[in-house]
Design a protein around this ligand. Structure first.
Ligand code: HPA
Ligand code: ZN
Length: 326
């Protein structure tokens, strides 16, 4: 009622959204037809029925398969535009959008095609939708650091079209240290830095994301509560955690939403905020994450305000952009 209306309509930043994870089954079928790609599922319903995950890897396998229908610049534009329209409907005024170039360049899609379509959607969204959107290039951690370095090299001609780099894909067994050199290079280029850490992996990965990669935000970070000294550091340094409640439940990080530790993260004084991660796969966009989490955890208007404020604090928008976003 009143609280739900507040949560739905308040201005928000979304800082942890993988654009390939916003690709809805309906659009997957449209693009498959458009590009003559054959799918191993007979219908939208059959594809959606396959979205039953047991852990991060079981999701990633189907997520990378779904991205195989993206071929042309227009495909990347259409995917991003669909997300940006949903973002506006959910009160998002600032979106920092992850993309996984290696998922596409490994299939022979040029880097310029990927970033061209995504950046054009972000550019048009500002005027047409009132959403201030920026791109963050993520390296796939299951691949080598050499592959990440080659990807950064390919991205250099488009340096002004993305604001930072991130690290995603299979976490356990691929610690942040593996990507020390490519993150150092990104830092030298003036790029902002984030990394997935402590989704399934241990608190030690959060520490090395900070110490070795010089990450400025931690994506997920929900395993941090296992390490009180780390929590004290995250609090003191005001390191934001981009938490994704529905994702964590779908990937079995928490048994159900009522067991999620978001309230504890906020109570510990951490700069935690809510995001959708891969909304087409995990059951909802940002407002659904907010509404369901508030209901399951009994959060109140004070929490709503703090979560929204944490999101804008954590954003990489300039002070002038932030003033306009809020
Ligand atoms: N974790 C790691 N990699 C990912 C995710 C995630 O939640 N979503 C898309 N790539
Ligand atoms: Zn993620």
């Amino acid at each position: 009622p009143a609280l739900e209306r507040l949560v739905r309509t308040m201005p928000k930043a979304e800082l942890h959204i993988h654009i390939e994870g916003s690709l809805e089954p309906e659009l997957i079928f449209v693009l498959a037809q458009r590009n003559g790609v054959s799918l191993p599922y007979p219908s939208v319903e059959a594809l959606r029925a396959a979205y039953a995950f047991t852990d991060l890897q079981s999701f990633l396998d189907i997520y990378y398969a779904g991205a195989g229908v993206l071929v042309t610049e227009q495909d990347f534009f259409d995917m991003a535009w669909a997300y940006l329209e949903r973002a506006r409907a959910d009160g998002i005024t600032r979106a920092e959008i992850f993309f996984d170039p290696q998922t596409h360049t490994e299939r022979g899609v040029p880097f310029s095609t990927v970033i061209g379509g995504l950046a054009r959607a972000c550019d048009e969204a500002r005027g047409a939708l009132g959403v201030n959107a920026a791109l963050i290039l993520c390296f796939l951690r299951h691949l080598s650091e050499e592959a990440a370095l080659a990807t950064l090299e390919q991205a250099l001609p488009y340096r002004d079209r993305f604001i930072g780099v991130g690290l995603d894909s299979s976490e356990v067994g691929h610690p942040p240290e593996k990507f020390a050199r490519v993150f150092a290079k990104a830092r030298d280029l003036g790029l902002r830095r984030v990394a997935h850490a402590g989704e399934e992996g241990p608190p030690a990965y959060i520490r090395s994301a900070l110490d070795v990669l010089h990450a400025e935000r931690i994506d997920h970070g929900v395993q941090s509560l296992k390490d009180p000294a780390l929590v004290a550091r995250l609090k003191a340094e005001r390191i934001p955690l981009t938490v994704c409640p529905l994702s964590n439940v779908k990937l079995c990080v928490f048994e159900d939403l009522s067991r999620h530790n978001l309230r504890e993260l906020l109570d510990a004084g951490l700069v935690a905020m809510i995001n959708s991660d891969d909304p087409a796969y995990f059951g909802g966009y940002l407002n659904r994450n907010f509404v369901e989490t508030f209901a399951a955890l009994g959060l109140d208007a004070g929490h709503a305000y703090r979560l929204a404020r944490n999101g804008f604090e954590a954003s990489f928008a300039t002070p002038e952009e932030k003033a306009a976003d809020i």
